[in-house]
Design a protein around this ligand. Structure first.
Ligand SMILES: Cc1ncc(COP(=O)(O)O)c(C=O)c1O
Length: 474
């Protein structure tokens, strides 16, 4: 088949076959009433598949030219100089946090026992790196219906050991960036924005609209299929600070000192010229380790898919906004029974989902079960109250390793009464309308008698105990 072709011509011919394959077998089938409605999913076309095939034919495998291209595209989109591709959003959070522990940051380095302000209503791996390193997460409550950190509590959480704030823009709704940033700036605290659920969200600060993830010191993304763009598994860490970028790269790439890209030797031209630590003079710089790092790089195949997805990102964000708005319009007259989500003032969210909290007298479990029975996927706000998860059993018993500043009442309420529906760009108006119908019908069945059930007491190092919220019979 390829005998009379050059390598480039053969690759092009394969690309044409891949396009044809996509059109014949992979193109999205039109939605029919009653079809399963997922909360999220990959939205792609022949562009993703041909770039993936191209990188497979090149067989570079590790991060290469597509990774470089992707990093540039994402950095340009965010208006940042530096972006590092990694293999997941969790890895992105790990690298972002670990970069802050580098001795090269001097006084500002996060040390074991230092405190990092965060929330318990969210995804666990925003918090995991803090705990695993031996720093202390300090949990604050959130506000409903924004589902973000309650900034009125920030001062209360502060201690002489506070070094950073690390929080997500929940469900694509920016947190109060102005308040958090001012709090961090005036106290010289690092701000890590977990932007995994919010790529494309904007916030206007001092008259200037900025994209989330590009406002704090470091931002992180996830490219798992549910997210705003996907490459299967993937993530990114971005910053405008050259030193933080150097540290991010070091922790991502085995902890090494050298910045040579994959497949390049002696990028700096001084490979054998310096002395490091107690190593002999001229020790090969490629094998000098300035940190205890990881290897969480992504492959070029993942990056190739990401490159095609980046071109679709602005349209994806708009479609998410459209879907969210349609859901809101279709449900707004249920507000007597349901709390609908609200955008943070001064923000233009890039919605990840549509989070609903059931009011008194409505059983979340009954409602979610009804909706799922209608073949429509629902999701929880991830861990609910992370401190109540089994992974915290040990720490709860000892009361050590974390701190709760104030009560987590809203967090507990979200754990009990909230769930969300998808708004991903693969949804059509007909799908959204069916979701609206399901919520409205389900609501009639979910109204229930009220009983009082005490929740397990909440024990933190502050000795804080849980209140007695109203729990509904499911
Ligand atoms: C806010 C947030 N942070 C981090 C992650 C982790 O991303 P990944 O699944 O790519 O590890 C997620 C996952 O959905 C998330 O929602």
């Amino acid at each position: 088949m390829f005998e009379k072709m050059t390598k480039e011509e053969a690759a092009k011919a394969i690309g044409e076959h891949v396009r044809e394959y996509y059109r014949t077998f992979m193109a999205r089938k039109p939605y029919k009433d009653g079809d399963r409605i997922s909360y999220a999913g990959r939205v792609f076309d022949e562009e993703e598949m041909t770039l993936l095939a191209d990188s497979a034919l090149e067989f570079w495998l590790t991060s290469g030219r597509y990774a470089e291209q992707f990093e540039k595209k994402l950095a340009d989109y965010l208006g940042l100089p530096f972006c590092s591709l990694v293999n997941s959003g969790s890895s992105a959070n790990l690298i972002a946090f670990m970069a802050l522990t580098s001795p090269l940051l001097g006084e500002r380095a996060v040390r074991r026992g230092d405190e990092v302000i965060t929330v318990a209503a969210g995804f666990p791996t925003t918090v995991t790196p803090i705990l695993q390193y031996g720093a202390i997460p300090v949990f604050l409550d959130v506000t409903i219906p924004q589902y973000n950190i309650d900034v009125s509590l920030l001062e209360k959480a502060l201690s002489p050991k506070t070094k950073a704030v690390m929080i997500a823009h929940t469900m694509g709704n920016p947190f109060d960036v102005k308040a958090v940033k001012e709090f961090c700036d005036t106290r010289k605290l690092w701000l890590v924005e977990d932007n995994c659920d919010a790529l494309g969200a904007a916030y206007t600060i001092n008259g200037e609209e900025k994209l989330t993830g590009a406002i704090g010191d470091i931002g992180t993304s996830s490219f798992y299929p549910a997210h705003h763009i996907t490459m299967g598994e993937g993530g990114a860490v971005y910053t405008r600070n050259p030193l933080l970028h150097k540290l991010i790269r070091s922790f991502r790439d085995w902890g090494r000192d050298c910045v040579c890209p994959s497949g390049v030797d002696n990028f700096c031209g001084r490979r054998y010229d310096k002395r490091y630590g107690e190593l002999p003079a001229g020790y090969d710089h490629k094998f000098v380790y300035s940190h205890f790092g990881y290897n969480v790089k992504a492959t070029d195949m993942q990056a190739a898919i990401g490159c095609a997805q980046m071109d679709k990102l602005p349209a994806f964000v708009e479609k998410r906004r459209h879907n969210w708005k349609r859901l809101y319009e279709g449900l707004k007259d249920t507000r007597e029974k349901l709390i609908l989500p609200e955008a943070e003032p001064h923000s233009n969210p890039s919605w990840f989902g549509f989070l609903i909290t059931c009011k008194e007298g409505v059983s979340k479990n009954k409602l979610a079960r009804y909706i799922e029975g209608e073949n429509i996927q629902t999701r929880m706000l991830f861990a609910g109250n992370l401190v109540r998860q089994p992974c915290f059993d040990e720490a709860r018993k000892t009361g050590e390793g974390y701190r709760v500043a104030g009560a987590l009442d809203a967090t507990d309420r979200i754990m009990r009464d909230a769930f969300w529906l998808g708004v991903y760009p693969g949804m059509t108006d007909a799908m959204i309308d069916r979701m609206i119908e399901a919520v409205r019908t389900g609501l009639k069945q979910a109204e229930t008698a009220i009983r009082l059930t005490p929740p397990p007491p909440q024990i933190g190092r502050t000795g804080l105990s849980g209140r007695l919220p109203v729990e509904r019979a499911a």
